[in-house]
Design a protein around this ligand. Structure first.
Ligand SMILES: *Cc1c(COP(=O)(O)O)cnc(C)c1O
Length: 795
């Protein structure tokens, strides 16, 4: 912004502020000031947004269907991408407004659980920045992911009505409302469009989120007859559909309402695409060119019923033959798988599918018949066909539907895609090898570095002499020339210290715990799940505590272990792990024998906006999942980009992080997938427990009275899982005890290495310099080139 424009911005801002509040500037609240800023920015975006929408109308476009978009806050990110962050901050400063204070009035849009939803949000940012036409389509949950607090160390969940005070970043587009028909209910789907601003390139893509509403607010007839409950019942039943995000990460929720949510947003979206196509290509009555303009990426199995819905709309509402419609679907859909854990692969009982959309069930049966017919022609027997069936044992297999119909199936990291091909979907890989491809996940450097880590961002720009790295992250590689430059390495150390100080103050203010900002910040933040093994981390802290108690003068560099993350409300053992970490924190932090050297903090309500403070402040990135279980991980990339070495297993994208940044700059530990597969059948965790005294002491602390779970039996449950086989499955399903010793050794090495400041900073620098590959810009360009062929003249 030049000087003149600056005055205009200030003028517009003050005008908006007074207009929306009907108050004089001095009488407005901080929330008013936030709202007005939002307004002013939306005005600025508007013209380019309309232009981008119009332009994409006649161009091939990707549609990213996802039940989750974990957006977080938009204010700071939009200012960064518009290229006016610093100027606006200064302008507000001149008006006596503290930007950071008003920023806090924005609630996170937490319309997702974890990595899968955050990936969708990063992809939106990257597609806009790389000038790729991409619409996001999803659900406007009125209640996002629950707010987490701790009472007595136990997780307590509260609602997250993120839009109760308004939502300045969405525009309600009533004129594009659609009707969604369920078996016994019809509702209105109202789209709310959010702008997705590309980084300083004038591109503004759209995230369209659907909200369910009744046709009429309520039935006046009934209201007048004092039948108040009945009058609002219908309204509630409609609104129920998009009332709340299911809080299960990984674990599927086999509930009728959940499938209704999925069908709701997918049906509205498909109708939207078809209606627009008919408007702009009115001569193509048989949709011969539909696939030239549309490719739909299915983010996991959640939106897969879109396949049946597209066929339904084309056949029932537009007169196409079933085969014609199926052929179109085969050219339009591509599928991304996000996990190999069995509990995640969606299978819907046919009666639930029937309850939601009998016609879609019928179409699914028809597709299944085609599959069986064509596989018989290939010479397969009935039983050989079983694993491919879309409908079997009265269940609909959503992955099979997408793999059969879709033209592309991708995993989200190299190892994960190999496991899909060799194991999870090996039968499909045999028949359709060409459908399978890998797209290693990424993260947007704008939110996770430029915005979240201002000091590091300025440092990089200064070192590289320009800021092209912000949209071409491979340019970070040039930082390698500073690996032996002492003053650069010292600067980097000091930047980390600034971020650690900031996090320490934030933690003091919000968690009430004082931590030593000069200790090693060893951080594990992510959803709580057994496969992610937060309990391995906690057991190791118990071990350290025992060592320090025995020998308070032990040579140990002060370390603060920081945890963050939510457990699904119904996941008892994950909640037990939270209680355990909090209990260890209570014991350790209150023990004067150790608390100068060892501290443990579990931050409440970890979410995107908390992550923006945490990732930049880490010295060690804990990525310790059981090998083969974490499909990719993206938290690992955020830490890497902000200069924290990874302490990790050979799992997901960790492997690629080690490859790019060098194993010598990170801390790899633990068994490989192959090793685990090999010992699987003979694994004896109790043997390890009995022979390794350190492990035994740590595990026994769960049940010998050292730690108190307030009679919840949560610690006994974890204890049993680790060493006692239970209902048919062996003990320690995630090989915690197997990897313990190796994990402990890696920690010892870190505790020594950290003391050599220069050598440590060198590792940090090498991680930053080699993070280019993990930009979601690279990922989205790979999707656009290999799967969507978005710029191909052949379409
Ligand atoms: C990045 C992110 C995740 C994913 O973290 P992983 O370590 O990859 O599981 C989850 N939640 C939030 C809020 C995130 O920002």
């Amino acid at each position: 912004m030049d000087k003149l424009e600056k005055n205009k911005f200030t003028e517009d801002y003050i005008e908006n502020l007074q207009r929306i509040t009907l108050k004089n500037f001095d009488d407005t609240s901080e929330k008013d000031k936030y709202d007005a800023l939002c307004d002013t920015i939306m005005e600025r975006i508007n013209q380019e947004w309309r232009f981008s929408k119009n332009k994409s109308r006649y161009e091939r476009t990707a549609y990213y269907f996802s039940a989750e978009f974990l957006i977080g806050r938009s204010l700071g990110n939009n200012l960064i991408n518009l290229g006016i962050y610093d100027q606006v901050k200064d302008l507000l400063d001149e008006l006596g407004i503290d930007f950071e204070a008003i920023e806090d009035y924005e609630d996170d849009a937490a319309l997702g659980n974890g990595g899968l939803g955050r990936l969708a949000a990063c992809f939106m940012d990257s597609a806009a920045t790389q000038d790729i036409n991409m619409y996001g389509y999803g659900v406007r949950y009125r209640e996002g992911l629950f707010k987490q607090s701790f009472e007595n160390g136990f997780q307590v969940e509260k609602g997250d009505s993120w839009i109760k005070d308004g939502d300045g970043w969405s525009i309600r587009v009533d004129s594009d409302s659609r009707i969604v028909k369920f078996k016994d209910q019809q509702v209105k789907a109202v789209p709310f469009d959010m702008p997705v601003v590309g980084y300083k390139n004038g591109k503004v893509n759209t995230l369209r989120l659907w909200q369910a509403e009744p046709f009429e607010e309520f039935e006046f007839e009934r209201f007048n007859n004092f039948e108040y409950d009945a009058a609002v019942a219908k309204k509630n039943r409609a609104e129920d559909i998009t009332r709340v995000l299911y809080p299960n990460d990984i674990q599927r929720a086999g509930r009728l309402l959940r499938l209704k949510q999925q069908y709701f947003f997918v049906s509205a979206s498909i109708q939207d695409l078809v209606a627009k196509y008919k408007r702009y290509f009115s001569d193509d009555l048989r949709f011969k060119n539909f696939h030239k303009y549309h490719v739909i990426q299915l983010n996991d199995t959640h939106p897969n019923i879109a396949i049946a819905e597209l066929i339904r709309v084309l056949v029932d509402e537009n007169g196409l033959e079933f085969e014609e419609a199926l052929d179109i679907a085969k050219k339009v859909f591509a599928f991304t798988n996000h996990t190999v854990l069995q509990e995640a692969l969606e299978k819907w009982p046919i009666d639930i599918v029937e309850e939601v959309s009998p016609r879609c069930l019928e179409i699914i049966y028809k597709i299944n018949d085609m599959l069986v017919k064509s596989f018989k022609e290939k010479g397969l027997t009935e039983t050989e066909i079983d694993p491919y069936r879309i409908v079997i044992y009265d269940q609909v297999h959503m992955a099979n539907l997408a793999i059969y119909v879709g033209f592309s199936v991708n995993g989200v990291a190299a190892l994960h895609t190999e496991i899909l091909k060799d194991d999870t979907f090996s039968h499909w890989y045999k028949i359709f090898p060409n459908k399978f491809n890998n797209k290693t996940n990424g993260i947007t450097p704008r939110r996770w570095l430029v915005y979240a880590n201002r000091p590091l961002s300025s440092f990089i720009t200064e070192k590289l002499g320009n800021d092209n790295w912000k949209y071409n992250l491979d340019e970070l590689k040039a930082l390698e020339k500073f690996v032996d430059d002492e003053s650069t390495l010292n600067e980097l150390w000091n930047i980390k210290q600034v971020n650690k100080n900031r996090l320490a103050s934030y933690i003091l203010e919000h968690e009430g715990i004082k931590i030593n900002p000069e200790s090693i910040f060893d951080i594990q933040v992510k959803r709580i799940h057994e496969y992610k093994r937060q309990h391995l981390n906690v057991l190791h802290i118990i071990y350290l505590y025992h060592q320090l108690k025995k020998n308070p003068y032990m040579d140990f560099y002060p370390t603060t272990f920081i945890f963050g993350g939510k457990a699904a409300p119904g996941y008892f053992r994950a909640k037990g792990i939270i209680k355990l970490a909090n209990e260890v924190a209570r014991v350790v932090n209150n023990d004067p024998d150790v608390n100068k050297k060892l501290k443990v903090v579990f931050v409440e309500n970890f979410r995107v906006s908390y992550g923006e403070k945490i990732y930049p402040a880490a010295d060690v990135s804990e990525q310790i999942s059981t090998a083969g279980k974490e499909a990719s991980g993206t938290g690992n990339m955020k830490f890497m980009l902000n200069g924290a070495p990874t302490l990790g297993t050979l799992d997901g994208a960790n492997i690629e992080i080690f490859d790019h940044a060098g194993e010598e700059n990170n801390y790899r530990f633990g068994a490989t997938v192959e090793q685990l597969n090999e010992i699987e059948s003979s694994y004896n965790p109790r043997g390890i427990y009995q022979t390794n005294k350190d492990i035994k002491d740590a595990v026994d602390a769960l049940v010998n009275g050292e730690l108190d779970d307030n009679n919840s039996y949560m610690f006994l449950d974890i204890y049993n899982e680790l060493i006692n086989p239970q209902d048919g499955s062996r003990a320690d399903r995630y090989f915690v005890l197997k990897d313990f010793q190796d994990y402990k050794n890696a920690h010892e090495k870190i505790n020594k290495d950290y003391r050599d400041k220069l050598e440590w900073s060198r590792k940090c620098l090498m991680n930053i310099a080699n993070a280019g590959y993990f930009s979601s810009d690279r990922t989205i360009i790979d999707y656009a080139d290999d799967i969507w062929k978005i710029d191909s003249p052949n379409y």
